[in-house]
Design a protein around this ligand. Sequence first.
Ligand code: G16
Length: 544
Amino acid sequence: MTNFLNVACKPFEGQKPGTSGLRKKTRVFMQADYLERFVQAIFNAIGGGSGKTFVLGGDGRFFNATAIQKILKMAAANGVSRVLVGQDGLLSTPAVSHLIRLNETDGGFILSASHNPGGIDQDFGLKFNTPNGGPAPEGITAEMYDQTLTISSYPIADAPDIDLSKVGEHAIGDMQVDVIDPVSAYSDLMETLFDFGKIRALFASGFSLRFDAMHAVTGPYARAILQVCLGAPEGSVLNAIPSEDFCGGHPDPNPVWAKPLVDLMMSGNAPEFGAASDGDGDRNMIVGRGIYVTPSDSLAVLVANAHLAPGYKAGLAGVARSMPTSRACDRVAEKLGIEAFETPTGWKFFGNLLDAGRVTICGEESAGTGSSHVREKDGLWAVLLWLNIIAERGQSVAEIMTDHWQEFGRNYYSRHDYEAVPVEAANQLMRELETNLPGLVGESFFGMQVVASETFRYVDPVDQSVSENQGIIVHFKGQGRAVLRLSGTGTEGATLRIYLEQYVDRDADHSVETQAALQAVKSAIHEITRIQALIGRDEPDVMT
Ligand code: G16
């Protein structure tokens, strides 16, 4: 007989979901009742848990195991009938999305702070995905937040922990707990989309790859799919064992945090193809021998070549990118004669377009690409699509990029991050810029003339919901663009993101060093924003 307790609790400040769920320092989540209050807020926001089924898993970071046991006990006390939980508490974000859809569950809980570092003094997070498999939209996250302000107690089962180390069936009270293999259903899905035979033949011919799992959740997936199933040699997947603190690293697949891989790819010993994924497996980085592919370019190449993979041979319905993502994929969409959408930052904004069948592939500059196969971005999916394209085209990554730029022109692109900026200074910079926007048009800064400027506002084409203040865009003559916004995923101070883009046409030189190609846009936007005066810096912490 399971006992259920009702625990009285008080509100905490700031349990407001950001770009991707609730992300805080791990110690904040570890406070008594903190996680529980947010979990109860989720149950309340979705109309309770009674009789429902959920998926539960995370990226294995510190506090993952504890949080899973708490959520299971709360689910049982909320009347949930069944939970599918990954073995050892592990499930990648795209795998959760797939399992929700495959099993037609009422949603899923994902424990991760994504690419942020893990450990007791680092970051933790929790997000809820709805029955379509995608992140809860803004209406629901707003309701969650309201609930965190009003809840006065939460129910929880007084039961022993479940053994998550083996696949099998358990129970807490009347609730069934199925501990499942995290990889198999996801791997089966990938096999329906890609020509595994062709990719196997590619590896059998000696094609070399290094996939850096960054000590995070993708390790077991990448090993099973790339090495065991597709025949990439043992050792192709690096850092494949998930670690609670990612062995002290940032599991963020970009040239800064995945530097060892990028260095290898630029060296004389480079394999033909390099890739990395993040903490929870939804982001990706693509690097060819001697060439780094920006996420925006990767999106454009995938859109242009997706028809080469069996899952997309019928063509694409449309494409969507987040507003700060470069406009490279828009040119491809135009050529293909398909719709192209520009959404605010955050995968949740793609959900309606995917559900309505308006788009097939989506992508973001923040190393996220995915398709209608799930409702999350998907790191390994992007890697497999690239491999399928390489197998079909018989070209190197560098050759594919050169061809692409010759056909469409090149959108030089880089994101500059200024981290841990005092919140007030960052807000002031954004406020001032917004106030000055109307007066900028026609003015020149460092020889760059402003031709348009706007504060991005999104009206969802499917349900007409409106999202205001989604970043500021300054357009320069000659197809240059700077975008500014504050990150919604940081956990310390404010992170100011400045996205720089400069298009050059088909006949231009495509081999200019990226930062050099963007220098004029950078200087202009620095002058416009008075960045040095307002935040005391004009060089970023991270450039992607
Ligand atoms: C999340 C969202 C992405 C977004 C990214 C960056 O990614 O899912 O859609 O692009 O954050 O957001 P921001 O610029 O606000 O920090 P992830 O991989 O962290 O879940």
